[in-house]
Design a binder for this molecule. Structure first.
Ligand code: PEP
Ligand code: MN
Length: 339
């Protein structure tokens, strides 16, 4: 936030602005006095809590206040938040690189149990799979709905693996939250504010996918909705954005990882499956995500990708997933990370 000091402010009035800024920031090191665009400004770095703009506007030495971050709770790079999923032994935002793997959608019971057991054996801590599917066409498979949730509940208990699954509307958040260890908000719903508020009011961590056309500011603004409702456990998920490039389904924005780190304390994971749209491109992008410092991975794996009812081209088979886990293990080791 920038507080513009009036041209004719006295030294005492300037000192007053600095004093209020330091009190609000809670740390004098986060406050600096600079010349910006020819004006004297008192700048407050992101602090991780909302700032009171009016307290500044009331001061005599202040001309105007700018840039109160739309995401004050999501901001602040000094300390990093850790999001725990105790049931899965997963900690996002630590040296652990948390792998979440599974089919695009919950389909046949037998396939779901098979992929869950294998994913766990190969080192995934969390099983992904949508019961409610946002599809481009209303005639495509829409997911098994509540029946799919029931399968996820059973596989979680019987296999002992964490669950991440999508909630598509406020009305079913409660049901999803009862089964899931992490509630997913999909790319298409990143700016569905009633949904963001609803997942902010339940207690499970939220995986917030980046809207396919969303800027970083908009994404962090969406995270802010969840945090502002009292749920501190938000995990960001980069899943590729829409660009002029036609060589892949979306463009994986690896560069957003350090940009998030500079602005926010929230953990960030990468979904290379929806980003590339092709299974053969998934391993290199997954390794890139780890190397770039991501906190984990969300990857589509199906026991028989050719038969998957959605996203078959981008799903790894179990053998490919095993190879990926081996490669991730090696890179993780070199970087002082663990899977
Ligand atoms: C998904 O992960 O199943 C999904 C639908 O992804 P996205 O919201 O990123 O398109
Ligand atoms: Mn999918």
């Amino acid at each position: 936030m920038r507080v513009y000091v009036s041209e004719n402010a006295s030294l005492r009035e300037l000192a007053e602005v600095i004093e209020v800024a330091q009190a609000q920031a809670g740390d004098p090191n986060l406050v600096s006095v600079e010349v910006f665009d020819g004006s004297l400004v008192v700048k407050i770095s992101p602090v991780g809590h909302p700032l009171d703009t009016i307290a500044f506007e009331k001061l005599k030495g202040v001309e105007r206040v700018e840039g109160q971050a739309v995401y004050s709770l999501a901001s602040g790079a000094q300390a990093r938040s850790v999001v725990q999923v105790p049931f899965a032994g997963a900690s996002f935002g630590t040296e652990q690189f948390v792998v979440m793997a599974g089919p695009c959608a919950v389909e046949k019971e037998e396939d779901l149990f098979h992929v869950a057991r294998e994913a766990k054996r190969l080192g995934a801590r969390i099983l992904r799979g949508g019961a409610f599917k946002p599809r481009t066409s209303p005639y495509s498979f829409q997911g098994l709905g509540l029946e799919g949730l029931e399968l996820l509940r059973r596989v979680r208990e019987e296999v002992g693996i964490g669950i991440v699954t999508e909630a598509m509307e406020p009305g079913t958040v409660e049901e999803v939250s009862q089964v899931a260890d992490i509630v997913q908000v999909g790319s298409r719903n990143m700016q569905n504010y009633p949904l963001l508020k609803a997942v902010g009011r339940q207690s499970k961590p939220v995986l917030l996918k980046r809207g396919m056309s969303a800027t970083l500011e908009e994404w962090l603004g969406a995270a802010e909705y969840i945090l502002a409702e009292g749920n501190p456990n938000v995990i960001l998920c980069e899943r590729g954005i829409r660009t002029f490039s036609r060589h892949s389904r979306h463009t994986l924005d690896i560069g957003v990882i350090p940009a998030v780190r500079e602005r926010s304390h929230l953990p960030i994971v990468v979904d290379p499956s929806h980003a590339t749209g092709l299974s053969k491109r998934v391993p290199s992008m997954a390794l890139a995500a780890l190397a770039a410092g991501a906190d984990g991975l969300l990857v589509e794996v199906h026991p028989n990708p050719n038969e998957a009812l959605s996203d078959s081209f981008q799903s790894l088979n179990l053998e490919e997933f095993g190879e990926l886990m081996e490669a991730l293990g090696k890179v993780a080791g070199a970087l002082g990370r663990v899977l």
